[in-house]
Design a binder for this molecule. Structure first.
Ligand code: CA
Length: 242
């Protein structure tokens, strides 16, 4: 469906919300505005947007807490979230990404930057054209159904972790630098720091559970996925290595 993407703007400051909405509208998006967590939840219950722009500091429940909650719910877990916030330091940025945000914009931001990031996040989330399963040492990823499993046990991955795993599995055993991963997985990395890759690799390993050891850090070089990790995989039977 190539309709105008719907963007839910959760922002308690009307002037900022208005600025964002006007710019989104002029650039082919359909913005909806919610000024607090309750109305945001109401909007989500009514219909799922293609993306959420979520202010961190909101009256009542914070944006960070909302992001965590939406990530934990089946219905909302795949909707990309970009956090908006006046907080600019590293710890806050990582907390936002750890809460499940796909990206992070510090206020004050230019509308050009905002639009670039919105487009980049939406582009990342486009479905992959080909749809066959890749299997490596019992870890299976099916890009047509977006399912990942390890030894037939379904695993839950966020959209960015899925894309990252998809890329790594499609190029198994090879080492990829953070810069290469940003290029291939994030696509438009103008505004994304290399540290973002580390955050998502950490989340990917956690999501993979017992298979997490397959995602190896190659010191000074980057990351790779391997069928024969240095740290043993917790496996009792020998699932066929691809
Ligand atoms: Ca605010």
């Amino acid at each position: 469906m190539k309709t105008m993407p719907a963007v839910l703007v959760v922002e308690d400051e009307p002037s900022i919300a208005e600025l964002i909405a006007v710019n989104l509208r002029h650039n082919g998006f359909r913005p909806t505005w919610a000024m607090d967590s309750l109305s945001a939840q109401r909007e989500l219950d009514a219909s799922l947007p293609d993306l959420i722009l979520l202010d961190w500091m909101l009256p009542g429940e914070s944006g960070l807490s909302l992001a965590k909650r939406w990530r934990a719910h089946d219905r909302t877990k795949d909707v990309p979230i970009i956090m908006l916030t006046a907080r600019g330091d590293e710890a806050d940025r990582v907390a936002g990404l750890d809460a499940g945000a796909d990206d992070y914009i510090a206020k004050p931001f230019s509308t050009k930057e905002l639009l670039a990031r919105v487009r980049a996040v939406l582009r990342r989330r486009l479905p992959e054209p080909k749809g066959e399963a890749i299997v490596i040492a019992g870890l299976s990823l099916d890009s047509s159904t977006h399912r990942v499993s390890f030894k037939d046990q379904a695993l839950r991955l966020g959209p960015t972790e899925f894309k990252l795993l998809h890329y790594l599995m499609g190029h198994a055993e090879r080492v990829h630098s953070r810069g290469q991963l940003l290029d291939k997985v994030w696509g438009d990395h103008v505004y994304i720091e290399e540290r973002t890759v580390d955050v998502h690799v950490k989340r990917l390993r956690e999501a993979l559970g017992a298979a997490g050891a397959m995602v190896e850090t190659v010191r000074g070089a980057g990351y790779r996925i391997t069928a024969k990790p240095l740290v043993a995989i917790d496996t009792t039977d020998k699932a066929g290595a691809a």
